[in-house]
Every structure is written in structure tokens, then in C-alpha cells.
Design a protein around this ligand. Structure first.
Ligand code: TXA
Ligand code: MG
Length: 319
């Protein structure tokens, strides 16, 4: 029977079942502290193929491998590639929402990295994701558990909404603490690290450890194919605006601190605290997308480094 099912991620039997599915080359939706992921064993081609097929993800868009710790990460990268800087960053920021890109070990199927010679690795902090990694004793690869190009899921119900007819077990770990995908940092460049995707681990957090960081700004698929410009997009037309004052009764509004609009079908205020706004953003986009509005208006978030990741996501959603 093809049925999507939500199970309590803290329930030991559900965890055993999930690990059993993974060991057989299957796929399970797993909560992480950033967003929910569609997990399959990194070294199992069947699982990797299923992930791409379920998401309808372009085969050149590489996956992030999730590991318990730095030791496990070392096994996924090329011999000697796990250098001192990687070790320092892992000591400081793992487990947590920082992904490191390094040359890939030949033991990892090429398909798991979208055909690239590099691999992205991170160690999630969510207790359910960690429990899976402990029991599985193997890394799992996991993109965000949404259909390709759509809004990432921050709850089990979001995942279910994107895969209503799939034979998929979803482990429910509650609402994601961070709410935006991890920061992706490329550590392969001899000239120094490059920020491929901004996240809650900010340049300010990283620079004391790594010095100055180049910010990669691609409008196209390239070094990090998932950073192509249109992404995280609802189906309803979406506009990023300096002021939401012009909203009408058929608009859904998402704002950060601006005053309530005079008119709107739906008005969602995410406030002026970037951490809270990050946590709420994707749920707000999904609500705005399903409320019957003709258009979604998003207020351009405030300036400042702490808002970089949010600005990045709302820009991509508005293209
Ligand atoms: O927070 C997260 O990172 C979540 C949770 C589930 O861990 N995962 C996630 O995966 O956001 P996904 O597939 O939606 O985004 C992965 C991003 C893409 O932008 C992809 O291009 C980049 O990481 N990436 C993965 N492997 C890469 C590599 N070898 N080189 C450069 N970029 C890579
Ligand atoms: Mg994604």
C-alpha cells in the first residue's frame, strides 16, 4: 500500500523501523534542526536514486551527507582532504547547521554528489537525526524534504503535503528550531573559504576562525547547482516589496516589523528578530500559498548581516 505515514520520531519502535528501511536502501523523512530532510544511505545507490526521483530533483544538484561527527566525515572526503581548518570548524560548529564542502572520497557514489568531485558534509544537532545516525552507523544523504524548487519543510505536515501519495515514513520531530537550511561553506579553495549558501551560522560567526570569506553569488547553476536563483518558491506569484502599504484585499502579506497593512486577505507578521523570522518564514510562505490569495507580498527584510540568509531565500522565492 502506497501511504505516507507520520510517526513520532522519539518513539524507539518508529526509529527502529526507520533504520530498517534505510538499511534496505529505502528513504525516510527525518527532522533536522534546520529543515526536514529526505534521508537515504550515502553509499547506497538505490537510496540515492529514490531521493532524486521522489523530489524530481535534477541529477546534477548534489546532496549533503549527514554524519555523526568529524571522524565519520573524514571517511567521506578524499584521503588527506580533511585539513586543520575543517577540523577546527567541526569542533566549533558541529553538531549544527554548518555544511563543509571538500574533495570527495572515491568510496562515495558519484551520483550522491550530483556527479561532482566534491562532497558536502554536515553533522545535524537534532536528536532524532542523531539517533538515526547512531543506530545506522552510516552517513545518510538528505536534501530538504520538498519537491524540487518548492518551499522547504519545517514540520512533518509540510513534508506530508509535498508527498501525499508516496510510500514514505516521516519521523515527526516537531517544528525545526532554525527553520532555514544550513550555511554551506566551500573549503577547497587555496585562496580561502567561499560562502555558497548563507544560513544561521553567519559570516560574523565564521570569520574569527577562517579570516575573510568570499561570498559566492551565482545567478545560475554552477559550482553549487542548488544555489540556482529560483528556489523556495510558492505557486502563487510573489513580490518582494520595499513597502507593503499597497496591499489589497486579495493579497497575502508577510512582513518583518512594518505596520499592519490597511487591507489584506492574510497578514503574517514575522517580527524584527531574525532568528524568530527564520524559524517562521517557510511556514508563513506555505500558509500564504494556500490561503487563496492572488499574490503574496513580502516586505524586504531589514538590512544587516543577521538578515542575510532570510534576504537570500525571499529573493529566490520572488524570482
Ligand atoms: O540544512 C540543510 O542543509 C538541509 C538539511 C536537511 O540538512 N539540507 C538541504 O539540502 O538544504 P538541499 O539538498 O536542499 O541543499 C543542498 C545545498 C544545495 O545548494 C547544493 O547545491 C549544495 O548544498 N551542495 C551539496 N553538495 C555540494 C557540493 N559538493 N558542492 C557544492 N555545493 C553543494
Ligand atoms: Mg532544498
Amino acid at each position: 500500500m502506497n501511504l505516507v505515514r507520520i510517526r513520532d520520531g522519539h518513539d524507539s519502535n518508529a526509529l527502529s523501523e526507520a533504520v530498517e528501511i534505510l538499511r534496505k536502501g529505502g528513504v525516510v523523512a527525518v527532522p533536522t534542526e534546520t529543515v526536514y530532510g529526505l534521508a537515504g544511505m550515502t553509499r547506497d545507490l538505490r537510496a540515492i536514486e529514490t531521493i532524486y526521483a521522489l523530489k524530481n530533483r535534477p541529477s546534477n544538484n548534489p546532496l549533503i551527507a549527514h554524519v555523526l561527527d568529524a571522524d565519520s566525515a573524514r571517511g567521506l572526503v578524499a584521503p588527506g582532504a580533511w585539513h586543520d581548518l575543517a577540523e577546527h570548524l567541526a569542533e566549533r560548529f558541529w553538531p549544527g547547521p554548518l555544511t563543509l564542502v571538500l574533495p570527495r572520497s572515491d568510496s562515495v557514489p558519484e551520483m550522491a554528489t550530483g556527479g561532482l568531485r566534491s562532497i558536502a558534509v554536515r553533522s545535524p544537532s537534532h536528536p532524532v537525526a542523531r539517533e538515526i545516525l547512531e543506530r545506522l552507523e552510516e552517513p545518510f544523504s538528505a536534501p530538504s524534504a520538498n519537491r524540487s524548487g518548492c518551499v522547504s519543510p519545517t514540520s512533518a505536515l509540510h513534508v506530508k503535503a509535498d508527498f501525499p501519495d508516496s510510500d514514505l515514513m516521516i519521523l515527526d520531530g516537531g517544528a525545526c528550531e532554525v527553520g532555514l537550511e544550513s550555511t554551506v561553506l566551500d573549503l577547497r579553495e587555496p585562496e580561502g573559504p567561499r560562502l555558497l549558501r548563507p544560513g544561521s551560522v553567519s559570516l560574523k560567526d565564521l570569520e574569527p576562525f577562517v579570516g575573510s570569506i568570499e561570498v559566492f553569488n551565482s545567478e545560475q547553476q554552477g559550482d553549487s547547482p542548488g544555489t540556482s536563483i529560483r528556489h523556495y518558491a510558492p505557486k502563487t506569484p510573489l513580490e518582494l516589496v520595499g513597502s507593503i502599504a499597497g496591499a489589497t484585499s486579495t493579497d497575502a502579506v508577510i512582513r518583518f516589523g512594518a505596520l499592519k497593512p490597511k487591507d489584506a486577505l492574510l497578514d503574517l507578521s514575522l517580527g524584527e528578530d531574525p532568528e524568530v523570522a527564520a524559524k517562521e518564514l517557510y511556514a508563513a510562505l506555505r500558509t500564504a500559498d494556500t490561503c487563496g490569495a492572488e499574490r503574496i507580498l513580502i516586505q524586504l527584510p531589514p538590512a544587516g548581516e543577521q538578515w542575510r540568509a532570510i534576504v537570500d531565500r525571499v529573493r529566490r522565492a520572488s524570482v
